[in-house]
Write a protein that binds this ligand. Structure first.
Ligand SMILES: Cc1ncc(COP(=O)(O)O)c(C=O)c1O
Length: 484
């Protein structure tokens, strides 16, 4: 049996010895408690073997193995069961939360399993994968604006607070103020680490979103291992590191890592036990997450890159061997289109490419990287159409041995198909535009802008070769980067 299979087997064994939760008597309907809830927690702890950890042993607690894919399943369960015990949530009840991420997924998993209605208010920057997953669970998702701050009626937390007043029997989970959030980590995450390390752990490296994880762990380890080093991993731009080091903080910047870092000190966060704090840039966080996958085969989200980067710095700075634990907070499958997508990484400036100093720098899918989606003149129009759909593009360069021979777009396809769909079997050559206007790499930006005011793409090519297409989106992205 492999390590993961063992972990699942162990968790099932744990649940059969502890028996059903007392909350079974107060859940939202009369169906049996789904077994998936017994898979929350008891996550594996694995050693890092192939990264340089200096004189230390570094272990990763794989919170990504929770059934909802993140550490937030734990607080989904503990906050809902505390509300049931306190009589705040009962049959026919509704769980409401304002969330931009994993907390919504954790709450929705638990609440739907228990038969509650779930209403989540999410800012419109939330990734579409997460929204689709929430809806698949049966949660009602209210989208609201990302560009407004606290106090604005459309701010996601203000909107959620209003919904709680309007829905009879609604309960607001409110992870930033809910004591059941740190309690979940004090009573489950901490004891698990203590037991899994055989009571031999010298340092923990944590991030802070709501502060629940760090606060709960700090409380647990203050009791069992008072000398433990608590280390904060904070994104550059967040105010938490400054607060830990100086007791004050200024204006926050911005960062792309999701789930950790704050522009304020969360009410439930107790940072007084933190001994060291590291600020980690987006570039280092994303690169470290990618490195973790390549080196250890563990697919993690962006914040796990921040935590691991800080943990590695801490480990390498030690002069005596120490046993250090950090977290894989969520699964990387939710970030395939970001952290693990080179195009997105280039667009964000998180991966650097050779700078050419001409229009080639604006091409996001470059021919020289083999990244251009194209067709040959002999391919069928059906093939061209399915490539367009797959890559979500409206036009394709037509290439023969790397040379541009034409361009095919949706209107070319439509012109063939509207009379007779059998033309899908015709070759691309029969429908493509042969006479393609191209710009050489050295053309001025003004020529590119002019071209894109009239057409959807500009083709960058010279007599020697085809370099790629520049879309309006690529141009806008280039102009925006110029501002930052
Ligand atoms: C994605 C993600 N969510 C949440 C957390 C922890 O957040 P909280 O402080 O709310 O417990 C982390 C911590 O590293 C995280 O990486």
């Amino acid at each position: 049996m492999n390590a993961l299979a063992t972990a699942v087997y162990d968790r099932a064994a744990d649940s059969s010895t502890t028996g059903p939760s007392s909350a079974d008597t107060t859940r939202g309907d009369h169906l049996p408690r789904p077994a998936v809830l017994d898979l929350i927690g008891n996550t594996p702890l694995v050693p890092v073997r192939r990264l340089d950890t200096g004189p230390c042993e570094l272990f990763l607690k794989l919170e990504s193995q929770n059934p909802g894919g993140s550490i937030k399943d734990r607080i989904g369960l503990s906050m809902i069961e505390a509300a049931e015990r306190d009589g705040l949530l009962g049959p026919g009840g509704t769980v409401v939360e304002a969330t931009a991420g994993n907390t919504g997924l954790g709450l929705a998993l638990v609440a739907r399993a228990k038969g509650y209605r779930v209403v989540l208010v999410v800012p419109d920057k939330m990734s579409s994968e997460k929204v689709l997953q929430l809806r698949a669970l049966g949660a009602e998702v209210h989208m609201t604006r990302s560009d407004v701050g606290k106090g604005h009626p459309d701010y996601y937390q203000d909107r959620a607070a209003r919904l709680v007043m309007d829905i009879p029997g609604a309960w607001y989970a409110d992870q930033f103020n809910n004591p059941a959030n740190p309690l979940a980590h004090e009573t489950t995450t901490g004891p698990e680490i203590w037991q899994q390390t055989g009571h031999r752990v010298d340092a923990l490296v944590c991030g802070v979103g709501s502060g629940g994880t760090l606060t709960g762990l700090s409380r647990f380890f203050a009791k069992v291992r008072p000398g433990l080093d608590l280390v904060l991993a904070d994104p550059v731009g967040s105010v938490l590191k400054d607060y830990v080091e100086t007791g004050t903080y200024g204006d926050a910047g911005s960062w792309a890592v999701e789930g950790i870092g704050e522009d304020f000190i969360p009410p439930i966060a107790d940072l007084s036990g933190v001994r060291h704090a590291y600020a980690v840039s987006d570039t280092e966080s994303f690169a470290t997450a990618r490195e973790l996958y390549r080196a250890e085969g563990i697919l993690a989200g962006s914040s796990s890159g921040t935590l691991l980067a800080a943990a590695l710095r801490y480990c390498r700075a030690q002069t005596t061997p120490r046993r250090v634990v950090t977290f894989v907070c969520d699964t990387g499958t939710r970030y395939l289109s970001k952290v693990y997508n080179d195009h997105w990484m280039f667009d964000q400036g998180l991966l650097k490419r050779a700078h050419q100093g001409d229009l080639r720098d604006l091409i996001s899918r470059r021919a020289e990287d083999g990244a251009v989606v194209s067709v040959s003149p002999e391919d069928t129009l059906a093939t061209a159409f399915s490539r367009m759909r797959q890559a979500d593009v409206s036009q394709l360069p037509v290439l023969r041995q790397g040379q541009l021979v034409g361009l095919l777009d949706e209107s070319d396809l439509l012109a063939q198909m509207h009379m007779d769909a059998r033309h899908f079997q015709d070759p691309v050559e029969s429908a493509m535009s042969h006479d393609v206007h191209t710009l050489p790499p050295g053309a001025p930006l003004s020529a590119l802008i002019e071209q894109l005011r009239g057409g959807l793409v500009a083709v960058i090519a010279d007599d020697q070769r085809f370099y790629g297409l520049v879309t309006r989106f690529d141009l806008l992205n280039h102009l925006r980067k110029g501002l930052s």
